[in-house]
Design a protein around this ligand. Structure first.
Ligand SMILES: Nc1ncnc2c1ncn2[C@@H]1O[C@H](COP(=O)(O)OP(=O)(O)OP(=O)(O)O)[C@@H](O)[C@H]1O
Length: 265
């Protein structure tokens, strides 16, 4: 088996006195598609931020290629949020070109001549890959929700990241559009040989898309001090074996995800 691309070793994340994540010990291998579910506020986005490098572990280690992860975002890690991943004042094409232009010309953020032509070609190809060839010059507010997420994915992939982080990327989309996005993300996963983490509130989406599904939940509770203990990975399922999942386990996972939400009864 290949070496892990990422490893958590006794990883904790606290905010002040609140423990959000505790004692995570896990290896992630190149090419895995990990879907992450869990109750609201249990620390799913925090885990993505630790991988992205915008947050740091409070204790323990997060390793990438067996080295401590770099504590700032870099080209190896791309992220797409549910909303607001793209710049509203730039056209689709300019949004996708921006990171490359900035890395060639930090001062101006604009390239000229041959460099610009190369970046333009790559950006157009990337937008074609996500099905946005017809919308190169449109601004984000002129795009539908699904198109905006396609744009955000194109932008994140321009730097050829090895790890793609998706924080509820399809949560705001209609079901039909979601199905199209599922197809797209699966194609890109294979084509670009990505390792993907995707947070979702939709367990069916988690099972459908992932090669591995994690459930985050607290295993220890202190009623006097709810902030004392953080979430751990309580289920780590290889989805090729998901058929062996018992109905009772599925019900438990569903309960875990929806705990704390108002009931409809
Ligand atoms: N910068 C921060 N400072 C202090 N507390 C924070 C910060 N970021 C997150 N938290 C807290 O950490 C906990 C986990 O937040 P996080 O956003 O990771 O949860 P989540 O599982 O992604 O939730 P949701 O499903 O609702 O998006 C929450 O209690 C949140 O209030």
């Amino acid at each position: 088996m290949s070496q892990p691309i990422l490893s958590a070793r006794n990883l904790y994340k606290d905010y002040g006195d609140t423990c959000v994540l505790e004692r995570l010990n896990v290896d992630i291998y190149p090419g895995e598609f990990i879907t992450v579910v869990g109750a609201s506020g249990c620390g799913k986005s925090t885990f993505l931020k630790l991988i992205l490098g915008t947050e740091q572990a409070s204790r323990g280690e997060l390793l990438m290629d067996n080295q401590p992860i770099i504590h700032e975002p870099d080209e190896q890690r791309g992220i797409v949020f549910q909303r607001y991943s793209v710049f509203p004042h730039l056209s689709a094409l300019d949004n996708v070109m921006l990171a490359d232009e900035l890395s060639h010309s930090r001062l101006l953020g604009k390239c000229f001549g041959k460099h610009r032509q190369q970046i333009l070609k790559r950006a157009s190809d990337m937008l074609a890959k996500v099905g946005l060839s017809h919308a190169l010059n449109r601004y984000p507010h002129e795009l539908s929700g699904g198109m905006q997420q396609r744009l955000a994915i194109a932008q994140a992939l321009m730097k050829k990241p090895r790890v793609l982080l998706l924080d509820e990327p399809f949560g705001a989309l209609d079901p039909g559009i979601r199905a199209d996005m599922h197809k797209l993300i699966h194609e890109l996963w294979h084509q670009q040989q990505l390792t993907i983490f995707m947070v979702t509130h939709d367990i069916a989406e988690g099972f459908k898309l992932g090669s591995r599904l994690w459930v985050f939940d607290k295993v220890r509770h202190d009623p006097q001090a709810p902030e004392r203990f953080g979430a751990q990975i309580t289920y780590d399922l290889s989805l090729s074996q998901s058929s062996t999942l018992k109905q009772s386990e599925l019900a438990t996972i569903q309960q875990t995800i929806h705990q704390g939400e108002p009931s409809n009864e």
